[in-house]
Design a binder for this molecule. Structure first.
Ligand SMILES: O=C(O)C[C@H](NC(=O)Cc1c[nH]c2ccccc12)C(=O)O
Length: 444
């Protein structure tokens, strides 16, 4: 990149930085869980449209039947009304309605060049945010206004980075070639959303794909060009149905769904670890029963299995289902379960990792540039997007921008150092100018 362009980028970033903080705090305050990101998605669509991007959203970018773990219709309607009351941009709501909360903005320079796609996730977690004074969002008045929903994984930062990129690319459009595709994805938590965007064909024209996360244990000032080792995972919703009865008078006539679920929860965590690699199990939610003196006739659980590779996760899933069904038989209740999310592992494209590693050298604010790491920890459904791009001959990677965290991901006191926002925008934008990556562009 020429020195003049570099200066121009820095200059625009300086003016943009207060807006980045404002966006982040606004999204943080109005945290929205997977498939109900109505307000967030509408603001994204409005900004992209205002800037002159070609905007597609809703059913055009989210395949209905490939969505996983979608809330019920009542919840969707209630959350849409909530979003409207909280300032969602109403003209986009008809398309987003019903949980079709994906948005894509395309900037076509009209000059030949690759299509570079950035994955930005929009959703918050199902978690109640801390109201303690020591928690900065609470102290500074931008804690979540939405009960049981909290940006405790940094996606408020991701959405902000996406909008920051949109502004920078538009301002410097004359210096770009090819196409920029900003892909705002719903429901990353629970790995429920990416596949629906892949199945809608939105990745099929992407030559270079970059998914991004902030934090994840990477220190401030460090950038990882290719984070690998995401765990294959299966999410299951489980429902036990028994028979209610008088707990004092006729307990033997009841069939206890609470006990089946409790038995299953303990049994699931007792599945042995796998010698061939990392494995995980978690029962994240268990709700059961209706009243103190009634034999509990219903119980629901949300569980997940994970494995370092597909085979290990498959083994965990199979054994989990044995435990779930076994517990039902033990207590004479019926059980139903269904898939609520699914993602696989993926490996970043070495050529792209090398290219990014080279291009980030000397950028302000970056102290350590790590080419690639493979450390099994969490899961990611961006892997599904990466795989689609790679299968079609494109290059894909998963980048991490380190930042200082107040508490770990998925903790009620999670918060990050907002300095990472301009740094990530600067770095991700930089990669799109003067792309010189042979083999990245395929003829179409
Ligand atoms: O499986 C999911 O629901 C996706 C979710 N994804 C993330 O949290 C992103 C993530 C992946 N790896 C790490 C490591 C640390 C923090 C966050 C992550 C997870 O693993 O629980």
């Amino acid at each position: 990149m020429s020195e003049a362009l570099s200066h121009t980028l820095d200059h625009h970033l300086d003016t943009l930085t207060p807006q980045l903080t404002a966006w982040r705090r606004d999204f943080h305050q109005y945290a929205e869980s997977g498939w109900v990101e109505f307000r967030t998605a509408s603001i994204v669509a409005e900004e992209l449209d205002r800037l002159g991007y070609a905007v597609t959203l809703g059913r055009d970018v989210v395949d209905e039947t490939s969505r996983m773990g979608v809330p019920d219709a009542d919840t969707l309607a209630r959350e849409e009304a909530r979003a409207k009351a909280q300032g969602a941009i109403e003209r986009w709501l008809p398309q987003l309605s019903g949980g079709f909360t994906g948005v894509i903005g395309v900037l076509d320079t009209g000059r030949p060049g690759p299509t570079i796609g950035y994955r930005i996730d929009l959703d918050a977690l199902d978690l109640e945010e801390s109201r303690e004074e020591t928690h900065r969002p609470a102290q500074q008045g931008f804690g979540s206004k939405n009960a049981g929903m909290m940006h405790a994984c940094g996606h408020d930062g991701h959405t902000t980075i996406g909008l920051g990129l949109a502004r920078l690319f538009k301002t410097l459009e004359s210096e770009l070639s090819g196409r920029i595709k900003l892909i705002f994805q719903p429901a990353e938590e629970g790995v429920r959303g990416a596949r629906s965007m892949v199945e809608a064909g939105t990745l099929d024209d992407v030559d270079i794909f970059i998914a991004t996360h902030i934090g994840t244990g990477v220190p401030r000032g460090e950038v990882v060009c290719g984070q690998d080792g995401y765990l294959a995972t299966t999410k299951l919703d489980v429902a036990y149905t028994g028979v209610p009865a008088h707990a004092g008078g006729k307990p033997e006539e009841g069939r206890n769904a609470l006990l089946a679920a409790a038995q299953a929860a303990v049994g699931l965590h007792a599945i042995p670890r796998h010698s061939a690699g990392v494995s995980r199990i978690n029962v994240g939610v268990l709700n059961a029963g209706s009243g103190r003196n009634v034999v509990p006739a219903s119980a629901t659980m949300k569980i997940e299995t994970r494995g370092e590779n597909t085979a290990i996760n498959e083994e965990m899933r199979r054994r989990a289902i044995d435990v779930i069904e076994g517990a039902a038989r033990m207590h004479g209740v019926s059980v139903e379960y269904h898939l609520a999310g699914e993602a696989d592992t993926c490996t970043s494209s070495p050529e792209l990792v090398d290219y990014i590693h080279g291009r980030l050298q000397g950028l302000p604010g970056i102290e350590v540039i790590t080419p690639s790491i493979n450390e099994p920890s969490g899961s990611e459904d961006a892997t599904c997007m990466m795989k689609r791009v790679q299968d079609r001959g494109g290059l894909a990677t998963y980048m991490v921008f380190g930042t200082e965290l107040a508490a770990g991901h998925h903790h009620q006191c999670f918060d990050f150092d907002e300095d990472v926002l301009p740094l990530a925008v600067r770095s991700l934008a930089h990669l799109a100018f003067n792309i010189d990556l042979p083999g990245a562009r395929h003829d179409r």
